[in-house]
Design a protein. Structure first.
Length: 255
């Protein structure tokens, strides 16, 4: 799908009010305060930010509204939030704080009617359907349920098509196996999902450098997201919030 420009998006994970980073969705490592991270990204003219609370859906907790409001109040760029959103009222409350996009993942598996209701009220462009993908014992891509921490039998391509029919205006496609590995995106998966839907696809999981992001876009994604790439630096993975210069991002996709 052709867009005006391709976005490079930091994907930041929240746990107990702090910023963490995982590897293959395990072993969350504390990497700092989310508000400080937002301030740094403001100064670097980031295209967009995605915040995902990795425990809210699993524990059944409601979204941390106080933290979301503080993040939204500091954020100068478009903001997407996901985690713990189980009702239309949850989504309404978050959007009222100034959050532009709502991401649903577990509920997009368990209750597509909620996704449809959000799309009808908030507009499809405000609804992002998250799809986490992991290979099963036979090497097949299957949708991973983040709330229940298990694989489903759902094929990610067919699931993406169903979510778009239900009202999703964007797909956030994340690879569990490549999360935090820095080995590159699953470009075959990106290509198959992007070709199957008529909405933007954000690729996530595996970025080791900006060249990987260019390849993800060449494979069909409209945007590329990463976590480790923007919170760690160097071979010893020292914590350092970073983002390339705006001109470098634009040049990346002009080649």
């Amino acid at each position: 799908m052709t867009t005006v420009f391709n976005r490079v998006i930091p994907c930041l994970l929240l746990q107990d009010g702090g910023l963490v980073k995982t590897q293959q969705f395990r072993r969350p490592r504390y990497v700092g305060d989310p508000i400080n991270a937002v301030r740094i990204f403001n100064d670097k003219y980031v295209d967009e930010l995605v915040f995902l609370d990795i425990d809210a859906s699993r524990t059944g907790a409601e979204p941390n509204y106080d933290l979301i409001q503080r993040i939204a109040g500091e954020c100068f760029m478009p903001l997407c939030y996901g985690g713990g959103i189980r009702t239309l009222d949850h989504a309404r409350r978050i959007v009222a704080m100034g959050v532009e996009k709502i991401a649903v993942n577990s509920m997009a598996i368990d209750n597509t009617a909620l996704l449809s209701a959000m799309s009808a009220e908030l507009g499809a462009s405000s609804v992002v359907a998250g799809i986490d993908v992991k290979r099963d014992f036979f090497g097949r891509n299957r949708v991973f349920h983040p709330g229940k921490r298990r694989l489903t039998r759902l094929d990610p391509v067919e699931h993406a098509k169903a979510l778009v029919r239900a009202g999703a205006g964007e797909i956030f496609l994340n690879s569990v196996d490549r999360d935090g590995q820095g080995t590159g995106f699953d470009n075959d998966l990106i290509a198959h999902v992007s070709a199957a839907v008529n909405v933007p696809v954000i690729a996530c999981g595996g970025a080791g450098g900006l060249a990987d992001m260019r390849t993800a876009v060449q494979s069909g994604a409209s945007a590329a997201a990463a976590g480790s790439l923007f919170v760690f630096y160097g071979p010893h993975r020292a914590v350092l919030i970073n983002y390339p210069a705006y001109a470098s991002v634009r040049e990346l996709f002009s080649k």
